[in-house]
Design a protein around this ligand. Sequence first.
Ligand code: PLP
Length: 402
Amino acid sequence: MATNRARTAGRHFLQIPGPSPIPDRVLRAMDMPIIDHRGPEFGQLARRVLDGVKTIFKTKKPVIIFPSSGTGAWEAALVNTLSPGDSVLMFETGQFGTLWKNMATKLGLNPIFIESDWRTGADPKAIEAKLREDKEHKIKAVAVLHNETSTGCVSHPAEIRKAIDAAGHPALLLVDTISSLASIDYQHDEWGVDVTVGGAQKGLMLPPGVSFNAVSDKAVAVSKNSKLPKSFWSWEDMLATNKNNYFPYTPATNILYGLAESIDMLHEEGLDNVFARHDRLAEATRRAVRAWGLEILCRNPHHYSSTITAILLPEGHNADRFREVALDHFDISYGMGLGKIAGKVFRIGHLGDTNDATIIGALAATEMSLGLAGIPHKKGGVQAAMDYLVSEAQKPARSAAE
Ligand SMILES: *Cc1c(COP(=O)(O)O)cnc(C)c1O
């Protein structure tokens, strides 16, 4: 909402990298009377989402659904697989990588943190080197983020799996996909991931309130001997009751209706088309940023994110003030700079229910706001993005539903 007006017409441009805008179809699907979560109607809904969500993680193994924000699924991944004092190899990709590491410390684990400059993804070579040094196999898990939401840098779980195997190390691989799932291709089984952490409110286009752990056979086997305390987050009761289409405690029933709808929508569009759309919107955004003469925070194209682009403002210009100007005049919200890049960057989310025209609207609001806020830049960013989207639109269309 603009701060200086009573009402702002039209839809707010929610360009934060999650929560992302919720499609009307999902809102309608959730607009249901609450049902008995131990009754037969719920059983059908549970089966539908427990099976359906596997197609999004690309796994044949169980996916556990918690009634929580993504942070809960982070905790579940750690407490179900690890014991007090275990070493966990983690990577400082940015603020979320740091928060997960801090959580590991609070839980009594011993995180080994590979430091980085917040401008690239996890380096598989550095991970392999640390694992090779660990002759006694004290490291029980490697935990990385598929997409670091604070910086707009992806890491590549398949490369990290190869690094673990090349080192001949038995550590589990835990991957956070909270801001990439259903937006950037992800393959839990194929890539040999042991626990995949997911969330509702980013690529899945849902309100905040459910989170996920996709679990490998190895992760489930290891969980039987893990000694960190767990009760609410325990996989054991979840896996047992999910088999019979129920949950051990009250699930987020209405969000599950939304989840069933969002899974259907993703398959109607076709997952490959969804990923291509995200790649396209991200590339359009980067072209605009370059044309403005501003700097993309992620400095390595191999690690560019297709869900969020973080943009560095020139020295001496405050990104939070820029965000205020944009919200005030054009009713658009960006992600703020977090942690050590607070005030230095703003982040454009281009994930979930977003299309070419939406991103052009967002980029136009951005270009106008750069001018209003007195940020030195060149004009023509929106034009560069439009030229790119037109060239992509002229390519032959892919086939639709799967
Ligand atoms: C949003 C996010 C989280 C935290 O999720 P919450 O739902 O806010 O608890 C963790 N990791 C990543 C990569 C995220 O984008």
